[in-house]
Ligand binder design. Structure first.
Ligand SMILES: *Cc1c(COP(=O)(O)O)cnc(C)c1O
Length: 372
């Protein structure tokens, strides 16, 4: 199938080296990592290797890595697990209106359980105000949840500053790192991040596997009870092949991050240059502090819903979620002050290092043809 794939923020293609690393564990090395025989030990060792590969990428310790089924589960474990184990320390959470639904929906659930949540605003560039964060902190604030990179706009939040503020105030800091991992350097020590989630399929690894990093000393209540894997925090038989794949993807991301960032920067520059030639187009969000692989653009006269679902050789998305035929505007763009009409004229273009100039030319040509 010949397709121009511009939806890498939704999911990425698995790297062939990752597939190769996984393959033996789908085949000959099928042992249960919790078994004490040689078959089990072989798989257990491969999981411990993957743990080190993840830990090295984010500058954490091996024993701070918990394997899960992806970021959604990691977010649920971090938030629900933290409040359940620490309700004696507070009842107030601070998050942001532009977080991923996995964070927002979990926070809304926690509100039904009696916890209080402040949803910080962002400015037109999609960035929070540090002043607002400081003002929101009060007696009883015990958790701050702020994402590293926004999945719709690519905008980076001031994570180091947030981490310092949380630390000074003795508040724990959970960061959704899903879109940052492999794109920019994420250092949980330097940034004072207490918990961080990542997902395999967003960094050329397999789907259905992820990680929660949890700093030593933080108590969590597990979501799943059972065999006691992952220090009792994530029971269930290890998904060895996928964990091995995630580890490999992290190792590759670690080794190639700098080189990839340079390539993505170049492709992104060309893409922005071509998009800016379209009359009235606006690149959405902060221009300086952002990842190069996600470009959200507003194109006057484009109906993004129609454009996205139309059958042409372009795979692309926007921020809107379609629920039972009711088109909902992106909560991210709305929080940034865009109208419903503007939301429906915006598309998210997410590239990877294999995106070519020809593909970009094709995309821009098709966009232009769709403008009414
Ligand atoms: C994709 C994504 C998630 C959810 O990841 P899953 O693998 O679907 O669980 C959470 N946060 C952000 C920022 C994402 O981009």
């Amino acid at each position: 199938m010949l397709i121009n794939y511009f939806d890498n923020a939704s999911t990425t293609k698995i790297d062939s080296r990752v597939l190769e690393a996984m393959s033996p564990y789908l085949n000959d090395f099928f042992g249960n990592a919790s078994s004490n025989h040689e078959f089990g030990k072989k798989t257990k060792n491969s999981i411990e290797k993957a743990r080190t590969q993840v830990a090295e990428l984010i500058n954490s310790h091996d024993d701070e890595i918990i394997f899960t089924s992806g970021s959604t589960e990691s977010i649920n474990l971090a938030l629900k697990g933290y409040v359940e184990s620490n309700f004696d320390k507070g009842n107030h959470i601070i998050t942001v209106k532009t977080e991923h639904k996995a964070v927002l929906a979990t926070c809304e659930y926690l509100e039904t359980k009696g916890f209080e949540v402040t949803y910080l605003n962002v400015d037109q560039r999609g960035v929070i105000s540090i002043d607002d964060l400081n003002k929101a902190i009060r007696t009883g604030t015990f958790l701050v949840c702020i994402m590293y990179v926004n999945n719709e706009t690519g905008v980076i939040q001031p994570i180091s500053e947030i981490g310092s503020i949380a630390k000074e105030n003795n508040i724990r800091f959970f960061c959704d790192g899903t879109q940052a991992i492999g794109k920019i350097v994420v250092d949980v020590e330097k940034d004072n991040i207490d918990m961080l989630c990542l997902s395999g399929h967003k960094l050329n690894g397999p789907k259905g596997v992820g990680v929660l990093y949890k700093r030593r000393g933080i108590e969590l209540t597990p979501l799943l009870h059972g065999g006691g894997q992952e220090n009792g925090l994530r029971s269930g038989t290890y998904n060895t092949p996928f964990i091995v794949g995630l580890g490999k993807a992290c190792e590759i991301a670690h080794n190639e991050l700098k080189a990839n960032a340079l390539i993505l920067e170049l492709i992104s520059k060309y893409l922005i240059q071509e998009l800016e030639k379209i009359t009235g187009s606006i690149i959405i969000g902060e221009t300086k502090s952002r990842v190069p692989n996600i470009i959200d653009v507003l194109i006057p006269g484009l109906n993004s819903e129609i454009f996205i679902s139309k059958s042409h050789d372009i795979a692309i998305s926007n921020g809107s979620a379609c629920t039972s035929q009711i088109i909902e505007s992106s909560h991210v763009l709305k929080a940034m002050g865009f109208s419903d009409q503007e939301c429906n004229q915006s598309i998210r273009i997410s590239i990877d290092k294999s995106t070519t100039e020809n593909q970009i030319n094709e995309l821009v040509k098709i966009i232009k043809a769709e403008i009414i």
